[in-house]
Design a protein around this ligand. Structure first.
Ligand code: URA
Length: 245
């Protein structure tokens, strides 16, 4: 098996992150630092280390959903020393890491796993996993705004794909909009609204694929059942993630 695939399978990080780790010289095989991609290793025979710590394959993929609160970083470590999502998982023995990102100021559904394949499938653009957000927006949303968001809008020089957009509430110059997208560009939802002249004051991710926050409260987590994990893996493999609309 290729080294980067093995590292991802062992839950070190997503495949792309593992490739970065290799290029940075953090990975060694049988005591030798490996900085090139594609080296083949034999599971159970070759001794693989990351940052001098031995890596073993975990046979059971584990996945949690977390209701991330705002003002929390969705990475394992933060160079600025801000609290990270790892604070919610101190009692969990598996080496978890976040599947994709939510902005520091965004709240809502974030998945955490020890399974690199799962993380890769859920974040890779080709699998088009649908994500639904509730955006609390300053200003009144007009039908023309909704149409623009729906058709796709240019942000950072690239047009976003079609979105599903629904006005939920509008009251004294404030609007609540539900928006479903399958891309994950940096601060995409906030930038889409900025492109139509509206500022998002609060953003909550409600749903990823078939998984939704349900009764989870801010700061709470729930371990996914083995059926849910298998369904995530199956749907990712089949490429048939869809929104619940
Ligand atoms: N879009 C945003 O603007 N922020 C997020 O955290 C996720 C999607």
């Amino acid at each position: 098996m290729r080294l980067q695939r093995y590292l991802a399978m062992c839950g070190v990080a997503s495949r792309r992150k593992c490739e970065e780790m290799i290029l940075r010289g953090r990975v060694s095989v049988n005591g030798e630092v490996v900085k090139t991609m594609g080296i083949i290793i034999e599971e159970g025979i070759d001794k693989v280390e990351v940052d001098k710590k031995p890596i073993t394959s975990n046979s059971t993929p584990v996945c949690y959903m977390l209701y991330k609160e705002p003002s929390i970083v969705s990475t394992c470590k933060d160079p600025q020393g801000r609290p990270t999502v790892m604070k919610y998982f101190q009692d969990v023995k598996e080496r978890l890491y976040p599947v994709g990102r939510l902005d520091y100021d965004t709240e809502g559904l974030l998945l955490m796993t020890n399974d690199g394949m799962l993380a890769n499938s859920l974040t890779h653009p080709k699998f088009e996993v649908y994500k639904t957000y509730t955006a609390f927006v300053r200003g009144s949303i007009m039908p023309s705004h909704l149409r623009k968001l729906e058709r796709g809008i240019e942000i950072d020089g690239i047009k976003t794909s079609r979105a599903h957009v629904q006005l939920i509430k509008q009251d004294s110059g404030r609007s609540e909009v539900r928006i479903t997208i399958h891309e994950g560009k940096n601060r995409q939802v906030r930038k889409m609204f900025l492109a139509i002249g509206m500022r998002v004051t609060k953003l909550r991710r409600e749903q990823i694929g078939f998984l939704s926050l349900g009764n989870l409260k801010p700061g709470q987590r729930r371990k996914l059942s083995i059926h849910e994990v298998n369904r995530l893996l199956d749907e990712a493999k089949a490429g048939n993630f869809s929104s619940s609309r």
